[in-house]
Design a protein around this ligand. Structure first.
Ligand code: SF4
Ligand code: SF4
Length: 370
């Protein structure tokens, strides 16, 4: 399997990383088998978090592979924002993981500026990291966030973080376009490692796993982290990593055109429907719809399993209130639409733009439509 540089830390890791969240769904025996098979196959990046099962995922990792500690890069996460509780939790993580040091600690799920301010303030978690690094308990620091990336971008502008973890897949790229447009270029420019999470969109793209992983592996990132809780899943993901060939730009365009999960509902942010004679910023409103519920409720009739999956995932990232607040601030909203239909005629993806705008308006204005 390909190995990549982990930013400018000097560390190297395998292209496929093992994410520890789904270890909560299996017993220790199975977790041990999967983690050891992953290492046997050349995997060298294992990631978990203190909050996954209140330490249960960390304990499973520790029991399974602490005897092979030199073979992998170990990453955990903390959602504590002050120095004292960050250090308390880090010590607990080390005990759970049966190791004396982490390679990287990520400030987990930094959702807003208040949290970033707390982390960077005197007495904040960064001071805890610096003290722990001096004691040899952890070497590098980063941040993670689901969905929106503006706080991650601001964080990189305020502090020289070693790593950043973000949601990147061929579906959510249209809900959170600033990740590929701004965050990735900035992180790469700074030599900050990028950890890609959710290559199959939390399971939404499971039927398209080969192309979803190929898309993820093709990104300029250090590692693609996937949760794996069955042998079949592990074997498939390893095979896709071993056989990986980068996608060309033409192949990506063709994926954006044809992907069934995008269909004729998800806005590709191409701007071809503009200008609107009423000055409605159509792609921006659809991006806010992406923040709100990842454009997952589209009014189509779906089989019960697909409906349940989408219903579970659509508010997974918790950005909906912020999307509604930003919509409220727009000077021109959907109520300015005269339904002239020019936008729908222009859309190369067959989106019924007028209908979708009204669905987005109902969601973002806090009205119930379905
Ligand atoms: S249908 Fe509405 S949104 Fe579309 S171009 Fe006409 S006024 Fe603008
Ligand atoms: S043309 Fe279609 S895909 Fe492109 S921005 Fe407009 S609505 Fe979105």
């Amino acid at each position: 399997m390909e190995t990549r540089n982990f930013g400018k830390t000097g560390l190297k890791c395998s292209l496929l990383g093992f994410g520890g969240f789904h270890l909560l769904e299996i017993d220790q025996q199975e977790a041990s088998k999967l983690l050891n098979s992953y290492l046997d196959a050349g995997g060298s990046y294992v990631e978990t978090a203190a909050s996954y099962g209140d330490g249960e995922s960390e304990r499973k990792v520790g029991l399974a592979i602490s005897h092979r500690r030199s073979e992998y890069m170990l990453v955990s996460k903390s959602n504590r924002r002050d120095k004292a509780s960050f250090l308390y939790e880090l010590n607990r993580s080390l005990k759970n993981l049966r190791t004396d040091h982490l390679d990287v600690i990520l400030m987990h799920g930094v959702a807003n500026r208040d949290e970033l301010d707390q982390i960077l303030a005197p007495g904040g978690a960064m001071e805890g990291f610096i003290e722990a690094r001096e004691q040899g308990k952890v070497n590098f620091v980063g941040l993670s966030m689901h969905g929106q990336s503006d706080i991650l971008i601001e964080a990189l502008q305020r502090y020289q973080f070693d790593a950043v973890m973000a949601t990147i897949n061929y579906y959510d790229r249209f809900n959170f376009p600033e990740i590929e447009n701004k965050l990735i270029p900035l992180a790469n420019e700074q030599g900050c490692a990028i950890i890609l999470m959710k290559p199959v969109g939390d399971g939404l793209l499971w039927r398209s796993a080969p192309v979803a992983f190929r898309y993820a592996f093709s990104q300029p990132v250090s590692v693609v982290v996937a949760g794996m809780n069955t042998r079949e899943m592990l074997e498939l993901d390893l095979k896709l990593a071993e056989e990986f060939k980068p996608m060309s730009e033409a192949e990506k365009e063709s994926l954006y055109q044809d992907a069934p999960e995008l269909g004729n509902y998800v806005c590709r942010q191409c701007d071809k429907c503009l200008p609107c004679p009423e000055n409605i910023n159509i792609p921006h409103i659809f991006m806010l719809e992406g923040y709100f519920d990842r454009q997952m409720r589209d009014g189509d009739v779906r089989d019960p399993a697909e409906f349940a999956l989408r219903d579970r995932l659509r508010f997974w990232f918790g950005n909906s209130e912020r999307a509604q607040a930003e919509y409220e601030q727009l000077a021109v909203k959907v109520d300015a639409c005269t339904k002239c239909g020019i936008c729908s005629e222009r859309c190369p993806y067959g989106i019924d733009v007028v209908r979708k705008l009204h669905i987005a308006d109902y969601k973002l204005a806090g009205r119930e439509i379905f």
